[in-house]
Design a protein around this ligand. Structure first.
Ligand code: GTP
Ligand code: MG
Length: 145
């Protein structure tokens, strides 16, 4: 399971398209989960990637609970026997605690379906943003599980 997280507009969804393409090419069965239910057209954007790459997608309508989408996606991945599940999330700043807590919730519900699944939480950065934590370490919230 890969949960892709990061600040707004850094390339999360595009990275998911690239990952899906490469895993698919390597013969793995991939399932995408559209858990960015916040930004307008985010679900449509990921749907276009799923069609380009030729992999299935689990989605709900905009505004629905992202954790519910992630839960459905993992459940669907289990019943389909998917090798790789990739979850898109809405962009957020790392110092907005309530938004970081939402990510913790998404991760928790994914682990409810497969408690011992190998899970990678991939934080997307742009080059200038990658320098921010080193310049302003106090801007980071305490580590979240
Ligand atoms: N040149 C270049 N552009 C990129 C790359 N990755 C993403 N982009 C562009 O950056 C813009 C934002 O990319 P998205 O993948 O939508 O970023 P996101 O993090 O999902 O954005 P939000 O969901 O709004 O937070 C789009 O116009 C992409 O085409 C990259 O590696 N190179
Ligand atoms: Mg996106």
């Amino acid at each position: 399971m890969i949960m892709v997280v990061g600040v707004n507009g850094v390339g999360k969804t595009t990275t998911i398209g690239k990952l899906a393409y490469n895993y698919n090419k390597a013969g793995k069965s991939v399932l995408l989960g559209a858990a960015d239910t916040f930004r307008a057209a985010a679900v449509d954007q990921l749907t276009i990637w799923s069609e380009r790459v030729g992999v299935p997608i689990v989605k709900q309508q905009m505004g629905s609970d992202p954790a519910a989408v992630a839960f459905d996606t993992v459940q669907s991945g289990v019943s389909r026997g998917s090798d790789v599940i990739i979850i898109d999330t809405a962009g957020r700043l790392h110092n907005k605690l309530h938004l970081m807590d939402e990510l913790s919730k998404i991760k928790r519900v994914m682990n409810k379906v497969i408690p011992d699944a190998p899970m990678k939480c991939s934080w997307c950065w742009t080059a200038p943003q990658a320098r921010t934590p080193w310049n302003r370490p106090n801007s980071l919230p305490p580590p979240r599980k």
